[in-house]
Ligand binder design. Structure first.
Ligand code: NAP
Length: 437
């Protein structure tokens, strides 16, 4: 699936917020959004790209690199249509915003900044994330790679997790407004899921039914990594995979009957029709700094990743720009396309797949317990099956269990949100009004 040129809404400015934009996938999503926006949207439309980093130094360097990417795109466009760059350049506005998702006061500050401005958000891409790994179990890695390169690099079990790692206390030293003791927050869970969850809730007044909340998950969101009794993955040996399974569960059940009560309060009382839609995407397997390994190992990983692609893996996109195809599609697809597809074929996980030559495309991903989204046993064309050895096809029982687990996830996330809002206080908007947090 590709973003086709289309006459989208008449809106002249499309505003998109991308988190974790200074490196890896986030940076590439920004580049790809620029490229595809310029050549698929009408000349009357402009893109206001808000890209988040954790500090201004990273923000300045990201802005420089995004501008360099834009200039390269403009130069190529000029080569085929001399002078077109003047028109195209004026359609892109880049702006850095700051947020650290493991610091909820920083999340709240970004919400306040954007709410005060009151600018409508057409899409947000929740890309920022950490793996929370401390190193590699080399023996297990060798065993897994020798057994199956594809399995080892798609669903690795050899990364050593920093089990029980916590985010720093949220309120100490901030003239706390809370009267309750502060519960622990898992570091990986807060960076990957909960910080974004709070931000979505706080930014909800800036979004409408056409807005899209695009989450970035992973092919490795393994069911066995997650226990519903341990939502934050505090005891998990695969806290990263657990956080991605939470993402899948949450998004795929976000329009379901079972989660309705929680999703309504989350969206500030809005029912399904007038509220934004959530989509879950993943970039396949790409080379970024998320694993935080030495350059020698990174080179080895790149070689093994290409090998997995040549051996037929559908998910080894390798390059972050190719991996960005699914998130970019979720942001820029014509307004009715994804809702209609998900209405017809069930709610899906939109992955970045590629063929042996590296041609990327967007593909529905099979999810353990859920299937592809729609009818049991049905496989929408272009979908990619779960390639894990020994995986079980979804059954009626597994679907029901998935929905029930999704309901529990939503309920607990909402309980946590309400509790944390009591501690953190409302988001006060500068115009003297305040938005109910
Ligand atoms: N690499 C893969 O093969 C792969 C596969 C599946 C899914 N993904 C997903 O893709 C997303 C991006 O990962 P990546 O591979 O591109 O890794 P990356 O290069 O390490 O990028 C992660 C980004 O998230 C930011 N970030 C981390 N912690 C943050 C926090 N507490 N607050 C705000 N920003 C934070 C980082 O900023 P700093 O530079 O300041 O740390 C960085 O910009 C993640 O959600 C990841 O799970 C990646």
């Amino acid at each position: 699936m590709e973003v086709q040129p289309h006459q989208a809404e008449d809106k002249t400015t499309v505003t998109v917020l991308v988190t974790g934009a200074n490196s890896g996938l986030g940076f590439s999503i920004c580049c790809r959004l620029i490229d595809e926006f310029l050549f698929t949207r009408p000349q009357s439309q402009s893109l206001h790209l808000l890209f988040s980093t954790r500090d201004t130094k990273k923000g300045d360097s990201t802005l420089r690199r995004l501008n360099a990417h834009l200039q390269k795109t403009l130069k190529e466009a000029n080569a085929s249509t001399p002078g077109i760059s003047l028109l195209l350049e004026a359609r892109i506005k880049l702006e850095n915003v700051l947020v650290d998702l493991t610091r909820l006061l920083s999340v709240k500050a970004l919400a306040k900044q954007l709410l005060t401005r009151g600018q409508h958000l057409d899409a947000v891409v929740w890309n920022a994330g950490i793996a929370g790994w401390m190193g590699i179990d080399y023996l297990a890695a060798a065993r897994e790679v020798l057994t199956s390169v594809v399995q080892a690099t798609t669903y690795p079990h050899f990364m050593i997790c920093d089990v029980g790692a916590l985010a720093k206390p949220q309120l100490s030293g901030h003239g706390s407004v809370h009267t309750f003791p502060e519960p622990a927050l898992g570091k990986v869970f807060t960076a990957n899921v909960f910080g974004h969850y709070m931000l979505t809730h706080w930014l909800a007044p800036l979004m409408d039914a056409g807005s899209r909340v695009v989450w970035v998950s992973s092919p490795s969101a393994l069911p066995e990594a997650f226990e519903v009794e341990d939502l934050q993955g505090l005891g998990a040996k695969m806290a990263y995979e657990s956080s991605k399974r939470v993402t899948d569960l949450m998004v795929l059940t976000s329009e379901g009957e079972a989660s309705r009560e929680s999703t309504r309060t989350f969206w500030g009382g809005r029912e399904e029709g007038p509220r934004p839609r959530m989509y879950v995407t993943h970039p396949g397997v790409i080379t970024t700094s998320i694993a935080d390994i030495s350059w020698i190992l990174t080179l080895g990983m790149i070689a093994i990743t290409y090998l997995a692609r040549w051996l037929g893996s559908p998910w080894h996109c390798v390059s972050a720009y190719k991996g960005a195809v699914s998130a970019t599609y979720a942001v820029l697809a014509p307004p009715d396309q994804l809702p209609e597809l998900e209405e017809r074929e069930g709610k899906g996980k939109w992955g970045s797949a590629c063929d042996v030559f590296g041609h990327e495309r967007v593909a529905r991903t099979e999810i353990e317990g859920w299937g592809y989204g729609g009818e049991l046993g049905a496989r929408p064309s272009g979908s990619v099956p779960y390639s894990r050895t020994g995986h079980k096809e979804a059954t009626r029982e597994s679907r029901e269990e998935f929905e029930e687990t999704g309901r529990k996830v939503w309920r607990e996330m909402e309980e946590m949100r309400v509790e944390w809002e009591k501690r953190l206080g409302k988001v006060e908007v500068d115009s003297a009004s305040s938005v109910d947090a």
